[in-house]
Design a binder for this molecule. Structure first.
Ligand code: PMP
Ligand code: GLU
Length: 377
C-alpha cells in the first residue's frame, strides 16, 4: 500500500505551513508576530461582502456554468482590454477557486511528463509543486545581482515548454521592467514557448510600471495570464481567481475544472463582480498603507546593514540574513516568536535569505523591528 509517486515529489506549501505554526503558537498564548504568510490583513470591503449576501438572498446558490457566470467572464475580459491591453473576450477567461487553482489547471493542461518549465530563482512556492505534480521538470534560472534580469536564454532546451514570470514578484517584491519582459517575449516567440504570467500583484506597485506579457506582440496566443481577487481586494479566504488565455487552452482547463471543483462558489462570483466594478477606492488606500509599511521596514534594514531585493511591489521583502535562513527562521520563532519564511522554500540558491510579508499592522511591524534588532545583535 503506497501513495502515488506524484505526491511523494512535493512537500506541503511552506508558506501555509509556517503560518499555521504561528497561528498555533498564538493560540497557546504566545505574543507572535506573524510575518510569514502573504495575506492582506484588511477586512474585505463592505460592499463586496454585501453583494455576496445579496446574491445568496436572491437565490444565486445553485451550480453556475463551470467556467464562471457570464457577467463575470465579460467583466474580466473588459478589464483585460482596458487595463492590460490584452484583446480578450469572455471565451478567453475561466474563473477558478483562487488563482492557485488557475495555475494548477493551466500546468495540468499543458505540461507533460518530462517537459521542462523555467522558473526564476527565487519563485513563489506553488509553481514548482504544480510542475512536479504534472510530471514536469523545473529548471531554475538565477537572477543578476539586482534582480532585474535573468539569463533565461541560456537555459532553454529542446524540452522547454513554458516559462513562468511573476511580476510584481513573490517573494522578491521586484517589478520587472519592460526590457526584461521584452526579452522573455522574444525568446518565447522564437522558441515557441508558453508563458505563464502571474499578475496577481499587478495593482500593488509603489515604483515602476506593470506590463502584461500577453499584450506584447505575438504573445496573446502563447500566454496564460493568472490573476485573482485575494490580494487586490483582501479576499484570500473567498477563493476566487481567474486565467486569461487562448480559447483552446481555456477549454482544456475547463475540462479539469468541470471534473474537479465544478466551478467557484456561486455567490463569491457575484462578489468578485462587485470588486471589479467598485473596488478601486479600497485598493488605493491599501496600496498607500503597504508603501508606508515598506518604508518603515527598509529604513531599519538599511540601519542594520541588511541587504534586500528592491521591494517595488507586492508586500514582501526578501533579505539576506548572512547565515542559514532555515536556522534563522527557526531560532527567531523560538526565541522571539516572529514567523518568517526561509528563502530555501522559494528556490535553490537562497539558503541565506528569508522572506517577510508586511501584510500586518504598523504596530506589529514596529514590534517586529524591535525583536529583529534584539535578535541579531
Ligand atoms: N500567485 C502568487 C504569486 C501568490 O503569491 C499567490 C498567493 N497565494 C497566488 C498566486 C494564489 O493566490 P490565491 O489566493 O488567489 O489562490
Ligand atoms: N501567496 C501567499 C504566500 O506566499 C499565500 C500562501 C500560499 O498560498 O502559499 O504567502
Amino acid at each position: 500500500m503506497r501513495v502515488a509517486r506524484r505526491v511523494e515529489s512535493v512537500k506541503p506549501s511552506a508558506t501555509l505551513r509556517i503560518s499555521s505554526i504561528a497561528k498555533q503558537l498564538a493560540k497557546e498564548g504566545k505574543d507572535v508576530v506573524d510575518m510569514s504568510v502573504g495575506e492582506p490583513d484588511f477586512k474585505t470591503p463592505q460592499r463586496i461582502i454585501d453583494s455576496a449576501y445579496k446574491a445568496m438572498n436572491e437565490g444565486k446558490v445553485f451550480y453556475t456554468p463551470t467556467k464562471g457566470i457570464p457577467e463575470l467572464l465579460n467583466a474580466i475580459a473588459e478589464k483585460m482590454r482596458k487595463e492590460n491591453r490584452v484583446d480578450a473576450t469572455a471565451e478567453n477567461v475561466i474563473v477558478t477557486p483562487g488563482a492557485k487553482f488557475a495555475i494548477y489547471e493551466a500546468i495540468m493542461a499543458l505540461i507533460d511528463e518530462g517537459d521542462e518549465v523555467i522558473l526564476l530563482d527565487p519563485s513563489w512556492v506553488s509553481y514548482e509543486a504544480c510542475v512536479l505534480l504534472a510530471g514536469g521538470k523545473v529548471v531554475w534560472v538565477p537572477h543578476n545581482e539586482d534582480f532585474s534580469d535573468a539569463p533565461i536564454e541560456d537555459y532553454v532546451t529542446q524540452k522547454t515548454k513554458m516559462v513562468i514570470i511573476n511580476t510584481p514578484s513573490n517573494p522578491l517584491g521586484v517589478v520587472y521592467g519592460k526590457d526584461f519582459l521584452k526579452k522573455v517575449r522574444d525568446l518565447a516567440v522564437e522558441k515557441d514557448l508558453f508563458v505563464m504570467a502571474d499578475e496577481i500583484y499587478e495593482k500593488i506597485i509603489f515604483e515602476g510600471v506593470h506590463y502584461s506579457l500577453a499584450s506584447f506582440d505575438g504573445m496573446f496566443e502563447r500566454t496564460i495570464t493568472i490573476n485573482g481577487f485575494s490580494k487586490t481586494y483582501s479576499m484570500t479566504g473567498w477563493r476566487i481567481g481567474y486565467a486569461v488565455a487562448p480559447k483552446w487552452i481555456i477549454e482544456k482547463m475547463n475540462i479539469i475544472q468541470s471534473h474537479s471543483v465544478s466551478h467557484p462558489t456561486s455567490f463569491v462570483q457575484f462578489a468578485a463582480l462587485e470588486a471589479l466594478k467598485n473596488g478601486d477606492e479600497f485598493l488605493k488606500q491599501m496600496v498607500l498603507e503597504f508603501k508606508a509599511r515598506r518604508d518603515m521596514i527598509t529604513e531599519k534594514l538599511e540601519e542594520l546593514g541588511i541587504r534586500y531585493a528592491p521591494p517595488k511591489g507586492a508586500f514582501y521583502i526578501f533579505m539576506n540574513v548572512g547565515r542559514d535562513g532555515d536556522e534563522f527562521c527557526e531560532e527567531f520563532l523560538k526565541k522571539e516568536f516572529v514567523a518568517l519564511t526561509p528563502g530555501s522554500a522559494f528556490g535553490v540558491s537562497f539558503g541565506n535569505w528569508v522572506r517577510l510579508s508586511y501584510a500586518t499592522s504598523r504596530e506589529r511591524i514596529s514590534e517586529f523591528l524591535r525583536r529583529l534588532e534584539r535578535f541579531i545583535s
